[in-house]
Design a protein around this ligand. Sequence first.
Ligand SMILES: Cc1cc2nc3c(=O)[nH]c(=O)nc-3n(C[C@H](O)[C@H](O)[C@H](O)COP(=O)(O)OP(=O)(O)OC[C@H]3O[C@@H](n4cnc5c(N)ncnc54)[C@H](O)[C@@H]3O)c2cc1C
Length: 453
Amino acid sequence: MTNHKNKNKPAVSFWESEQTTLFMDEKLNENICVDVAIIGGGFTGLSTAREILKDQPSLRVVVLEADYVGYGASGRNGGFNMTLFGLEPEITLLRWGKQRTIEAQEYTIKAVNYVRDLVDEYKIESNYEHPGMVRVAYSDAQLKRLEGSVELFEKLGVANQYELQSQDEIQQSVHSPKFRAGLYEKNSGILNPYKHVRELKRIAEECGAKIYENTPVIEVKRLGDKVTLKTKSGTVSASKLVIAVNAWSGKIEGLPKIKNRQIPIWTSQVVTEPLSDEQWHEIGWMQRQSIEDNRQLIHYFRRTVCGRFTMGGGNVGFPNKYSMTEIDTTKVWQGLTDHIGWLFPSLKNVGIDYRWGGPVSVNLDMTPEIGFIDDERIIYSTGCIGHGVSLTQLNGRTIADLVLEKKTELTDFWIINRKAIPCPPGMMGTGIVRAIAGGLKLWDKVEERKLEK
Ligand SMILES: Cc1cc2nc3c(=O)[nH]c(=O)nc-3n(C[C@H](O)[C@H](O)[C@H](O)COP(=O)(O)OP(=O)(O)OC[C@H]3O[C@@H](n4cnc5c(N)ncnc54)[C@H](O)[C@@H]3O)c2cc1C
């Protein structure tokens, strides 16, 4: 079933549907003055708030969330804590060269460790596990690219993190007749994203942040040396502003630059009914590693702690970047259900209990961006595509350093204030991203043309 709290809003995720009660914080109902305002209560916004206050507890920091914490991508993702950055590393190398690819790889490894350490330090209850991740190939062409990745990792000096698994090895572990080979990375984890983001809210509040839910920011204006945020029921005057609305960046009025940083893309997910012990025995997968396939429009799949199988990815959708209304993904959900049966014939008729989706933020060079608007008092973060679970949380630390005007190793990372290609306004930007997605789809078709359907 799809689960709608409100029929004008996207279906809530399986992760959220498992939680019984949501205690929403009050909305902003007055005019206030603060040191730092953060728009968006996802991983980026909440991590930024916590990190600023850890360093400077006396600052007044507020987070303004349009709906509730967990409504955005942070509460509805696959929960893969992984080292992927942008598209695949070969494309990063091609676009950005060797040194920047090494630095990106180092940043993402740091990001994965950061999330794992955070869970330990704050005793975050988000069902965190660290079983590693495998990228699987179905076809010879996809296998060739996996081998290319291994060569690349050797060149970059990170090959020791990876292990190429033969058809026998991967199939012994996870019994799908469709797996041709796998590339196992041990430093990768999985978590329950909705629980995780709600826990980040708890910790940010414990550190002193004030969080307003049900408080969409309608407009941002500069007024002298302050930034003013307008909401329906109050205003905020802030010395510094962080815009952490991710795929919703096109909806913020008053700062033309933020409107053209990215395009929202919709990715979908399904979760099965709980599988029986016999069904799991048939599939194997006892190590519980997360899996992505080595396609361009990837599928991502994993086990849940309650014995279900969740599958996401495949075809993507394109919401309007200014309105962000939900799009019809019935066919995509069917494609994901069929893909489960294709990989594991014993699950051909498995029941699907939940279907949902959410927006990721994509820019024209498929690379994350942290930037400034006019001067360093307004900072924004976009473009982590479907690989933001680890990145956005470490980005919170990086943005905190920028807000506090500290020069650190993190603030030297080259995505900060990089010259990203702006997305053309109106339908043209979406048109370009649609064309790129169409090209990637064709690429998969060619690489998989000999596979049995
Ligand atoms: C279905 C799905 C699966 C994914 N799977 C993975 C995965 O397994 N691994 C991985 O690494 N990444 C994954 N991602 C990507 C990852 O979830 C995101 O990159 C990350 O969560 C983005 O975090 P964020 O805080 O920047 O944005 P978000 O979590 O999207 O938060 C932005 C918040 O801003 C709020 N907002 C918007 N406009 C306003 C406004 N005007 N005023 C106030 N608030 C506003 C929104 O309500 C939202 O809560 C997935 C994404 C989706 C959708």
